[in-house]
Design a protein around this ligand. Structure first.
Ligand code: AHM
Ligand code: MG
Length: 360
């Protein structure tokens, strides 16, 4: 019989590898899991309790906030904020940093999170998710709560990261730098059980995910890369299939398991792309690299980017290592489209056919 391993037990077992671990970090991850369960409870009841629809306010990026975003944000702050295990938090839905409540001591960890990613999909019952990222504070712990500087660390400093998908089933995927592990929620017992141990992503996939509706705003490199993916070539499994949910967590998770590439590039309208470095790109880049994949902004490794502000955006090229490398070569103008070897004979045949019709 297969052994049933809950996420709490898995985290504790992993932490045993560090003799100096105090259990505080395991507790913080358990808090994240608990908050995810609260959010999931609301996500699946959303239609029933009439909390769907726009909340009417705008988030700090000037985008419309849905009620469920607000709820998820509050639950995370509530579930984690009251234990004094964190020094400072940052949320995609809050303009500034979040410090521990009055009277609570501050812990040694920093939590950055996107409480409900893919919010434009909520009303249509399409998968949405939560993304999280944990760092150690770098400010002096005797100086009180953590600071903005604690949040602006490079992604390479993350001690844990992961995401939760609220989809046809609920999954939590996380890494602490010792591989990537996935857990599926058993709703009957309310526990996340280990279902995907040591996830590795294929070196090359067959799927590309990007919002091609913005094609006219893309720069030449990405446009050529799309054409390259659509060319026919048996050796490299082209043409690729296009898959785009519009929920980063869902698109990322599918490609992680099946292989492929997700791109949200810089565009003529959005020169820094759309996605946020701290809440979306860094945690998924950590997971992706741990699974054997690659994540860059087209030029630089995501995890090496020095953040300058909390809500900084970044272009994102993420997924199977070989796919991302080829996309970068196009982005950087180092690679041109190959000639479609089958196209020329086909065109010549068409010309001949047309000529023969004209002679008649
Ligand atoms: P959100 O955090 O406000 O939901 O925005 C991020 C989402 C991602 O989940 C998704 O990849 C992207 O925005 C989709 O954007 P677009 O509609 O421009 O393709
Ligand atoms: Mg998001």
């Amino acid at each position: 019989m297969t052994e049933l391993i809950t996420i709490e037990r898995h985290i504790i077992e992993q932490q045993k590898k560090y003799p100096s671990a105090t259990g505080e970090f395991s507790q913080l991850l358990a808090d994240v899991t608990f908050a995810a369960k609260l959010v999931r409870r609301e996500v699946i009841r959303a239609g029933l309790v009439d909390i769907l629809g726009a909340h009417g306010s705008m988030n700090v990026q000037g985008e419309e906030v849905k009620k469920l975003d607000v709820f998820a944000n509050e639950k995370f702050i509530q579930a984690i904020g009251h234990h004094g295990r964190f020094a400072v938090m940052g949320s995609e839905e809050c303009e500034g940093i979040i410090t521990p409540p009055e009277g609570k001591t501050s812990g040694k960890y920093v939590l950055l999170f996107d409480p409900l990613d893919g919010s434009s999909n909520i009303d249509a019952n399409v998968g949405v998710g939560t993304i999280f990222s944990i760092y150690k504070r770098i400010s002096d712990p005797t100086s009180g709560p953590g600071s903005l500087q604690d949040c602006l660390q490079k992604g390479v400093q993350q001690v844990a990261a992961g995401y939760v998908i609220y989809g046809s089933s609920v999954m939590l995927v996380y890494t602490t730098g010792q591989g990537v592990h996935g857990f599926t929620l058993d709703p009957t017992i309310g526990e996340f059980l280990l279902s995907h141990e040591n996830i590795t992503t294929p070196k090359r996939g067959k799927i590309y995910s990007m919002n091609e509706g913005y094609y006219r705003y893309f720069f030449d490199g990405v446009k050529k890369y799309i054409k390259y993916l659509q060319q026919e070539d048996k050796a490299t499994n082209r043409p690729y299939s296009a898959r785009y949910v519009g929920s980063l967590v869902a698109d990322f998770h599918r490609n992680l398991l099946y292989g492929g590439i997700f791109i949200y590039p810089r565009t003529k309208k959005a020169p820094n792309g759309k996605l946020r470095l701290l809440y979306e790109a860094n945690p998924l880049a950590f997971v992706c690299e741990q699974a054997g994949g690659r994540a860059t902004d087209g030029y630089r490794r995501i995890l090496d980017i020095e953040p300058e502000e909390l809500h900084q955006r970044t272009p994102l090229f993420i997924g199977s290592e070989e796919d991302v490398k080829i996309a970068e070569e196009f982005e950087q103008g180092l690679r041109e489209l190959e000639h479609d070897t089958e196209l020329i004979p086909k065109m010549l045949a068409e010309v001949k056919k047309a000529e023969s019709l004209l002679v008649k």
